[in-house]
Design a binder for this molecule. Sequence first.
Ligand code: MEV
Length: 436
Amino acid sequence: MASSISGFSKLSKAEKIKWITQNHFDQPQEASTLLATYCHPDAARQEKHDEFIENTLSNFYLPLGVAPNFLINNKQYTLPMVIEESSVVAAAGKSAKYWANKGGFHTQILGTEKVGQVHFICPEDPKKVTDFFEHIKPKLLEGCAPMLERMEKRGGGLLSLQLIDKTAAMADYYQLHATFDTRDAMGANFINSVLERLAEILRQVANEYAKFSHIDKPIEVVMSILSNYVPNCIARAKVSCPINQLEEEEGLSATAFAKKMVQAVQIAQVEPYRAVTHNKGIMNGVDAVVLATGNDFRAIEAAVHAYAAKDGQYRSLSTAFIDGDQFVFQLDLPLALGTVGGLTQLHPLVQWNLELLGYPSAEELMQIIAVAGLAQNFAAVRSLVTSGIQKGHMKMHLLNILNQLGAKGTEKEAAIAYFKTHKVSHAAVQDFLAKA
Ligand code: MEV
């Protein structure tokens, strides 16, 4: 049974590893050697990674792959993807190729607005609180103006500041609801700093104002924080082509294929059990590029799923329809992303990935990532309505199974050749290796 420890964070890295391995592992030496093998040989580089978080012991590798041939708004891209799931990169590449000779992907930015809120309680008559807000609004704006200067120089800033009466939802609850444009920064630090300044001014002015006005009950600020829900920070990605340009698939005519694709997306629109998996497929593409570009995938996930439930039912994020002779497949995603600041500057591979993408602005990256989601969704639904998902998945999974079963060089090669024409399953690979 492991013992507890106080002051762990103050220990050196070597001391931490010693304590952890001696208290939690049967073979402490082996456990610490494994950690060491995953550390970067260049001490300075390792230190950089150590400092991203607290109590770093080693690195946790995920593969970085690339999916070439993405034609987006008539420009060629190769997408960097960080992901552990075996079929995702291959599926992205397949979709990219499929659409490259049908005009490629087209994208649009529908908004770039970020949101932050100061949540406060005031047990006053709502009319008085509204009057008070109108009176102090210039003071709030004036008070945070110096913090906005740099962002304003870059073309962003505070877009609006409103009082929202939430007393119908919770007694005495109000918000200062602020919207921002943070240009190429994700903007979390900027937004949170501005909100905390607004909260400070709100408290101060409320105290002064109470002396000579009708607000005599105190204002109690509960918290100030950005919202990761960004329904007005949207990128739209779209593919379309005449139905007769769609390839015939596994015995399905182009028209039958288009119809089945539309039905599959409609099912995900009306059926939450299917919608969750459908959207998970979209996020396979989205998260992989979000991670590769040093963005916060938890924030993106939270925003996207809230957006999928915006009308009260969780639904597909993508839509598919037939418009005259055209097949259209489209996706709107809320994406609060940054291409400057934070990890984007600190992680050398993030910089490499951004260079691979041609150093996109945040708006361009939003569009690229929406395309990654759409491409992934198209590949998944295409497989589902034709061959079924397991065929492609198990082919990609073959290497994982071979590695799990301890297959080596020539055995692996023979298995890969054999399973080009045979159905992959764990049992089938086991049988093959036993007979080899
Ligand atoms: C697997 O990671 C993702 C899929 O299940 C997505 C989908 O069902 O649409 C294939």
